[in-house]
Ligand binder design. Sequence first.
Ligand code: ADP
Length: 307
Amino acid sequence: MKIGILSRNANLYSTKRLVEAIEAKGHEAKVIDHLKCDIVIEQDKPTIFYKGEQLSDLDAVIPRIGASVTFYGTAVVRQFEMMNIFSAVESQALVRSRDKLRSLQILAKAGVGLPKTVFTNYSKEVDKLIDSVGGAPLIVKLLEGTQGYGVVLAPTKKAAQSMIEAFHSMKARVIVQEFIKESKGADIRVFVVNGKVAGAMKRQGKEGEFRSNLHQGGSGSLIKLSKKEREAALTAAQAMGLPIAGVDMLQSERGPLILEVNSSPGLEGIEKSTGKDIAGNIIKYVTTAVEAQRNNPSKRRKIKSNA
Ligand code: ADP
C-alpha cells in the first residue's frame, strides 16, 4: 500500500515514527505537506496536485493537521475523501474536534464526566456566571487556545471578574470552568486507536504549575487506567467520531472528567512514557480498514453533507 502522511514537517517525531511504521510493515510512505496541496474542483473529477504533480496513487492518508491550519488542512482531507481515498480520521470529525465548545456539548450529551463549564457572550452577569461554576478559584479558557496557552487560573472572584471582563472587551471568546483542585496539576492522556486504549500516561505539571501540558514543562509517566477512566476515554473518542484520538482527562473526587479530545495527538510523549509502538498500532488500523473496504465496498464511509 502507499500511505500518505499529511504533515507539514517530515522531521517531527510523530511523522518520522509513522513513516518508520509504514515501512516496517512493507508499505510505502509519502509525507505530504497539506499546505502545498492544490485542490482541483471539477465536475465528477476531484483531484489534488502536490508540488505540481497529480496525487492519484495513494491508498490512504493519515492527517496530522495542526490547529492553526485546520481550515485548509481539513479541506485537503475532504478532497481525499471525495477521491475515495481512505482517511484515518474523517474531515468532519477533525473540524468538530477543533471547536472546544461544540466538543464539550457533544461529550456532555454522550454522558461522560466533565468539569462544569459556562460559555457566555453576556458579560454583564459575570458575578452569576462565576457562582454557577462554584466560585473562585476557577479556570478561564480561550476557545482558540492549544497546548496550555490561553488557559488561566483565577485565584479569587475579583481576579476572575476582571479576567472575564478583559477577555470580553477584547472580543475573545472564553469558557469559564470549575477548577478541579484535587487533580493537583496532573492530567491523564489516553491514546485511543480504533476503539481500544493503545497507551496511557499521566502528565504532571512542573512545580507550581497547574497545567500539565508537556509544552508547558510537564512530564509524562506510565499509568494503569481504572475501568471508569478507560470507559470514559473510549466513550469520548467514539462520541467525537475519532478512531485515533488523544483523550485528556482530570482525576477528580467524582471520577474522571474529560477536558478535551485531540484529533492529531502527538506520539513522542506517549511512546516514550509507555514504551509502546503506537505508530505501528495506527498503521495496523489503517491497513486493516483499507483492506476491509476493498473486500466490501459497501462498507465504504459515506460522505455526509451535515457536520
Ligand atoms: P489545551 O487545549 O490548551 O491543552 P486544556 O483544557 O487541556 O487546554 O488545559 C491545559 C491544562 O490545564 C490541562 O492539561 C490541565 O492540566 C489544566 N486544566 C485545564 N482545565 C482545568 C480545570 N478545569 N481544573 C484543573 N486543571 C485544569
